[in-house]
Design a protein around this ligand. Structure first.
Ligand SMILES: Nc1ncnc2c1ncn2[C@@H]1O[C@H](COP(=O)(O)OP(=O)(O)OP(=O)(O)O)[C@@H](O)[C@H]1O
Length: 266
């Protein structure tokens, strides 16, 4: 279970005006601006739930995922995942979670994918039998047979993303954080990734938290929506509730969400 209570995170960002004089001035005295990325957010996610975490650019989605995965320490508030505090008990916590950041790679660029998988097995101390079983299943379901021996730098984006998802699941995590997992994928790869995630949830009851701007992903995968804007949770309800907020009966999910962003001024 994921329990988040009144979590806040502020970043300090150095600010300076443009120009040579300002650049010199900033060497001696820096001005800082505070950005409240997370402003007292609370929610609970039960085992096996598939939750869509949506909000406009800069809303605080990635910051939340970073806190939940233990990469980022919040300023205040509480968070426990399966009874552990992510940023305090990181080593034990990472065994329970898999993370896919669509914009970043966890694979080693210059070596064949399978070598990255082996390194991940060592890092997580995955028992040999479990690793072999998971590897075979992931290679089969994500169609990786032709690409596991290829260095990551030579893969297409879609091929790399399928490998990233496999890498995040080699240690059988109970919870999967997906941050833009289908970004830049073609229609066929998108459908394959969506099918795979649905199957994973059905077969292993994996909890999935999906952050995306792709409303088709949301519609295909999630039944509950958390809406964040300017660091605040603005809505927590079912996909049907979200759809019910539309004034037009035939509005698409993209239109409904855009209308909500306007309504909340986010
Ligand atoms: N490392 C950082 N240093 C300073 N400010 C940051 C940092 N990371 C994020 N921010 C700021 O915190 C706010 C929330 O950012 P975050 O990346 O969590 O948003 P997001 O909802 O994931 O956005 P997007 O949809 O564009 O990926 C933004 O205003 C962003 O500029």
């Amino acid at each position: 279970m994921i329990k988040v209570e009144k979590l806040s995170k502020t970043y300090q960002v150095a600010r300076r005006n443009s120009g040579f004089r300002e650049a010199i001035k900033s060497l001696y005295s820096k001005e800082y601006e505070e950005i409240k990325a997370l402003d007292c957010i609370s929610f609970t996610i039960l085992d096996g739930e598939m939750v869509g975490y949506i909000g406009p650019n800069g809303a605080g989605k990635s910051s939340t995922i970073k806190v939940l995965s233990g990469i980022l320490t919040p300023d205040s508030g509480e968070c426990t995942i399966n009874g552990r505090i992510p940023w305090k008990e990181r080593k034990a916590h990472v065994r329970d979670i898999g993370v896919v950041f669509g914009q970043r790679s966890q694979l080693w660029w210059d070596v064949p994918v399978i070598d990255s998988f082996e390194l991940i097995r060592d890092i997580y101390s995955v028992p040999k039998e479990m690793y072999q079983r998971n590897l075979e299943e992931l290679v089969e379901l994500l169609s990786l047979n032709q690409i596991v021996k290829t260095p990551v730098r030579q893969l297409s984006l879609g091929q790399r993303m399928r490998c990233e998802i496999a890498a995040a699941l080699l240690h059988s995590p109970k919870i999967l954080f997906l941050d833009e997992p289908t970004i830049g994928l073609d229609a066929v790869s998108k459908l394959a990734v969506r099918d795979f995630i649905l199957g994973l949830n059905q077969k292993h009851n994996t909890t999935v938290i999906l952050t995306t701007h792709d409303m088709q992903d949301i519609e295909a995968l999630t039944s509950r929506i958390l809406l964040i804007g300017k660091g605040k949770i603005l809505m927590d309800g079912s996909l049907d509730e979200l759809k019910g907020k539309s004034v037009h009966q035939d509005a698409s999910l993209d239109e409904i969400v855009a209308q909500l962003y306007k309504q909340f001024r986010i």
